[in-house]
Design a protein around this ligand. Structure first.
Ligand code: CP
Length: 317
């Protein structure tokens, strides 16, 4: 199936137009209400079969996709590398082709290699949704972050958002930069030189070297997890030193000229990139991001399945 609005796959926000991102956010709006019902289910994707291929650890994204699929009445199957024939050496494409032989409609894939989702999309007929590929993109996280910002501020245009911390290893940062820039926001990044990509200014972002400068400038901070599992030694002197210099603490935020919205894609390293009294504080929307993830993923599934934007309200059933 090829969506008239999105094409066959959702691989990243880099290749989406402003109109397509706007459409995804607007389509997510009516889907929010379904999760508030006593019976959280509509028949919109009845008969569709969706496979969730998660070859890297995930809590939020995997469960959020599964809820989105089930709330739209799709049939779903979860496949992890451990326990599947991937553990015996089967390739990603062979796994997906064998699943396609069982007549599936969509594949949601998380993979440790950048480009894995596109590689798969070019080789199978099912719709492919990127649920995070290596250090490349995490488009549904970018969309849910945009939706959360729009909910809070009522707009994205002109908003000042600083992405803080381990930008180098972050697919969330890349999707946020593409999405925010296309929607007219001003974007900055802040972190130690060793954790910022080379030539990142070419993406149209401002670079702050000190977290205090970011706090002075921003309407919202999107604080990234220090991805210790992707690091060899030597990126930072120590976790304690990182927290002292780049950690977002209540003391640093108290010096801000305005209230700053606090976001984090999760999972958090409390006491490293973010202190608990900030993560759980009055300006945190970290759990709102998680809530919005379900509606955004329902919108992605609905549109890729050929759903009409105009009918999204009616699709609520
Ligand atoms: N934000 C995010 O991708 O979290 P998970 O790794 O738990 O899916």
């Amino acid at each position: 199936m090829k969506s008239p609005d999105l094409g066959k796959d959702l691989l990243g926000l880099e290749e989406l137009s402003t109109a397509q991102i706007q459409l995804l956010l607007d389509t997510a709006e009516p889907f929010k209400e379904i999760s508030l019902r006593a019976i959280k289910k509509v028949p919109t994707l009845r008969g569709a079969t969706i496979v969730n291929l998660f070859f890297e650890a995930s809590t939020r994204t995997r469960i959020s996709f599964e809820f989105a699929e089930k709330r739209l009445s799709a049939d779903t199957v979860n496949v992890a590398s451990s326990g599947s024939s991937v553990a015996k050496g089967e390739t990603l494409v062979d796994t997906a082709r064998n699943l396609e032989a069982m007549k599936i409609d969509m594949v949601v894939v998380r993979h440790g290699s950048s480009g894995a989702a596109r590689f798969l999309a070019q080789r199978i007929e099912s719709n492919v949704i990127n649920a995070g590929d290596g250090m490349h993109e995490h488009p549904t996280q970018g969309l849910l972050d945009l939706l959360t910002l729009r909910d809070h501020f009522g707009r994205l245009d002109g908003l000042r958002v600083c992405i803080c911390g381990d930008v180098l290893h972050s697919r969330v940062a890349r999707s946020n930069i593409w999405g925010l820039r296309k929607m007219g926001a001003e974007v900055a990044i802040c972190g130690p030189r060793s954790l910022l990509p080379n030539a990142v200014e070419a993406l149209g972002v401002t670079v702050f070297r000190r977290i205090e400068e970011a706090i002075e400038w921003a309407d919202a901070l999107n604080i990234l997890r220090l991805q210790l599992e992707r690091m060899q030694a030597g990126y930072i002197p120590s976790l304690r030193e990182y927290n002292r210099v780049f950690g977002v603490t209540r003391e640093k935020l108290e010096r801000a000229p305005r209230d700053i919205l606090i976001m984090h894609p999760g999972p958090m390293n409390r006491g490293v990139e973010i202190d608990s009294d900030v993560a759980d504080g009055p300006h945190s929307v970290i759990l709102d991001q998680v809530t919005n993830g379900v509606a955004v993923r329902m919108a992605v599934l609905y549109l890729l399945a050929g759903g009409s934007p105009a009918l999204a309200e009616a699709a609520k059933g």
